[in-house]
Design a protein around this ligand. Structure first.
Ligand code: 16G
Ligand code: MG
Length: 542
């Protein structure tokens, strides 16, 4: 390492004083103006990680659904996964190091991880459409080059597209071509083949309205549109030409406000979906003939996908298992439907894609979704091999099911949850099963629920267990929650410190909206009293 050069460049990316930085569930995320030094240092870290794994590493500059003024960065590991936990700690350490400690921290990481500094390094970089993203990605490049790494800057990409590129580059092209055309071709080929097998036709089924959150998803869907022409016609809204990124639109807005985005006109029973700002989340919705809004969130997406995959496996007749992974936020009725009606085993993990992803790898087919719309399906090597063999050999029903499954496997971006890939899978399944959006929605009815935030002096005073469903500390809080839950029917509630905001999150569900609202409020009061609430006491009403 040329420490003279590192220092020379590092002082040009000075760390602001008085701030603490933490590599959280979604990497670093904050006001864009505080991020320059972090970008430079993540460039350095990506080079070390690349040398250590002898693989290409990705760096994505985005703050997803956060406001336009924010930005963020996360590293992508060799197979397109999230960064390994021990390296998250190095990232935090490096981000907080004072200028004079940089050398020591870099040597420390290299020694602990036995990094061969002579090894070549390659880093690929992507960014979203935020005004600050271009300059910040230049700072990443500065960090990469000063440590002698090679790089390829893909420029504007969705987060899942960058994961895809990393995965392609580290699997010698087996996963696909590491270009944007390669991505479009892989997905659209699988999609078009699937829709050819669908019996139904007509515009009603082919057209979909997409709210792009005024983000990168709009640019990429526009580029992709003509590849899909035979199977799907998308109408884009909030495409970034007028509105502000994530403002009153996008998947996060629609899910948390349970209402349609601004800037989209919805006629009754039209099928609509929303992406978030970096296109790794998707939710569907429609308005019925009475104008009522119906949200189809990640839980219902998981239900549609896992039921369909299970049917295919039954056709194929192999002894392969399907499992669904959710978090505590999954609606109780979705879990009940999956377990009791679909007879699919369901597992619950902590919030955050990496936890779900990890658990889903345990199954032949692991479908994971957070209620907020992050998710995908993972397929074991055994499934891929079996399906390829059957699809090539057989022309009967079993062969047909295998062909469908082979295309579904190609269509999912298994490197990461991907709004574009998920959308195409969903559209293909609806077409193949001749399901309308209303029929899909009617699989089960969501239990009314409410999410609230409570501000406390130190959110670390709340610790949880059982996949965040039980509070361990502070003493007495879980008992208080248990007593409150008993007052309502079909009720459930839990609290957890947020990983992305300085708040405690409260979730409650019950048999009616009034009960869910009231339970959420009572639990918020318990948190406020027992966990050191600050500011105004939580008030009833929303
Ligand atoms: C991050 C996570 C998301 C999770 C959310 C929870 C990734 C890529 N993103 O956005 O999965 O749902 O955090 O936020 O892992 P919270 O901790 O503030 O509730
Ligand atoms: Mg996102």
């Amino acid at each position: 390492m040329d420490f003279g050069a590192i220092t020379k460049h590092s002082v040009l990316h000075a760390k602001p004083s008085g701030l603490l930085f933490q590599y959280g569930t979604a990497g670093f995320r904050m006001k864009a103006e505080h991020l320059d030094h972090i970008m430079f240092r993540m460039g350095l870290l990506a080079v070390l990680r690349s040398k250590q794994t002898k693989s290409t590493i990705g760096v994505m500059v985005t703050a997803s659904h956060n406001p336009e003024e924010d930005n963020g960065v996360k590293l992508v590991d060799p197979l397109g996964e999230m960064l390994a936990p021990s390296w998250e700690e190095y990232a935090t350490c490096l981000a907080n190091a004072e200028e004079e400690d940089m050398q020591r921290v870099l040597i420390d990481i290299s020694e602990k991880e036995a990094v061969d500094l002579q090894q070549d390094a390659f880093v690929v970089i992507g960014r979203d459409t935020r005004p600050s993203s271009e300059k910040l990605s230049q700072s990443v490049i500065d960090g990469v080059t000063v440590l002698g790494g090679q790089f390829h800057d893909y420029g504007l990409l969705t987060t899942p597209q960058l994961h895809y590129m990393v995965c392609c580059r580290n699997t010698s092209g087996l996963y696909g071509m590491a270009t944007i055309e390669g991505y479009y071709q892989k997905l659209s080929k699988a999609f078009v083949e699937l829709t050819k097998q669908a019996s139904r036709s007509g515009d009603e089924f082919r057209s979909l309205k997409v709210d792009c959150a005024n983000g990168i998803g709009a640019l990429k869907l526009k580029e992709m549109e003509h590849y899909l022409s035979q199977g799907l016609s998308v109408q884009l809204f909030n495409d970034g030409t007028k509105g502000k990124l994530n403002h009153l639109c996008g998947a996060d807005f629609v899910k948390s406000h349970q209402k349609p985005p601004q800037g989209m006109e919805i006629k009754s029973n039209e099928r609509c979906c929303s992406f978030d700002g970096d296109a790794d989340r998707i939710v569907y919705y429609y308005c019925d003939a009475d104008g009522h809004f119906h949200l189809i969130d990640g839980d219902k997406i998981a239900t549609l996908i896992s039921s369909f995959l299970k049917e295919l496996l039954v056709e194929i007749g192999e002894n392969l298992n399907v499992g669904v992974v959710q978090t505590a936020y999954a609606n109780g009725n979705s879990t009940r439907y999956l377990e009791e009606v679909m007879k699919v085993p369901v597992y619950c993990t902590k919030t955050g894609v990496k936890h779900l992803h990890h658990k889903a790898q345990e199954f032949d087919i692991g479908v994971y979704f957070e209620a907020n719309g992050h998710g995908t399906a993972l397929f074991s090597k055994a499934v891929e091999d079996k399906v390829k063999q059957l699809a090539g050999e057989l022309e009967d029903k079993k062969g047909k099911a295998a062909k469908i499954l082979r295309n579904i496997i190609d269509l999912f971006n298994q490197a990461a949850g991907d709004a574009i890939a998920d959308m195409l899978v969903i559209e293909a399944i609806l077409a193949l099963k001749s399901l309308t959006v209303q029929q899909w929605d009617a699989l089960y009815t969501d239990l009314p629920n409410r999410q609230l935030k409570v501000k406390v002096a130190d959110r670390k005073v709340i610790s949880t267990t059982d996949a965040e469903r039980q509070a361990v500390t502070p003493p007495g809080l879980q008992e208080a929650i248990n007593d409150l839950v008993k007052k309502y029917r079909l009720s459930r509630a839990f609290v957890r410190p947020s990983g992305t905001e300085d708040v405690i999150r409260v979730y409650a569900e019950a048999d009616s909206q009034e009960s869910a609202d009231s339970l959420a409020h009572e639990v918020s009061l318990a948190v406020f009293q027992l966990a050191g609430g600050i500011g105004e006491r939580p008030q009833p009403g929303f």
